[in-house]
Write a protein that binds this ligand. Structure first.
Ligand code: ZN
Length: 151
């Protein structure tokens, strides 16, 4: 039995659209440009073969992919999708090197902060040692803490 409304594929190919037409779910008659575009790049026979080879649950994704690839190939007959892929790879590379630079800066600032902290600790440590030495010197001379605190 034929579909009362032929799918875009069958309409394009001027044939009857079978009830189990493999194209029908993915190429509705309301969007004839979609099939025309995919047909131009892949050919109707290949579209049908590719869809038939796939499990039903992934056919919609495959049809959408074919349309995406085909429409970009029509727009850019030289590079097609590859142009977008290489642009994205370049963006990714740029983002990765920016991230590496930022990580290096963070490591640098952390190291600098640690160094400053160590230097501060050393200065504080010298002060502490000096105070302790002074205190023990006062004690040795028999001067009490009262005197020491006045000093
Ligand atoms: Zn059909």
């Amino acid at each position: 039995m034929a579909n009362p409304t032929r799918c875009a594929g069958c309409k394009f190919l001027r044939r009857k659209c079978a009830q189990d037409c493999v194209l029908a779910p993915y190429f509705p008659p309301s969007n004839p440009e979609r099939f025309a575009c995919v047909h131009k790049i892949f050919g109707a026979g290949n579209i049908t073969k590719m869809l038939q080879q796939l499990p039903v649950h992934v056919r919609e994704a495959a049809a959408d992919c074919m349309f995406y690839e085909a429409s970009i190939r029509v727009e850019d007959p030289i590079y097609g999708c590859v142009k977008i892929i290489s642009q994205l790879q370049q963006d990714l590379f740029q983002a990765q090197s920016e991230m590496a630079k930022t990580k290096a800066q963070i490591a640098f600032y952390n190291a600098q902060q640690q160094l400053n902290q160590q230097q501060q600790n050393m200065v504080d440590g010298v002060d502490d040692n000096y105070q302790q030495d002074l205190h023990s010197e006062y004690s040795r001379l028999g001067l009490d803490d009262h005197f020491y605190s006045l000093g």
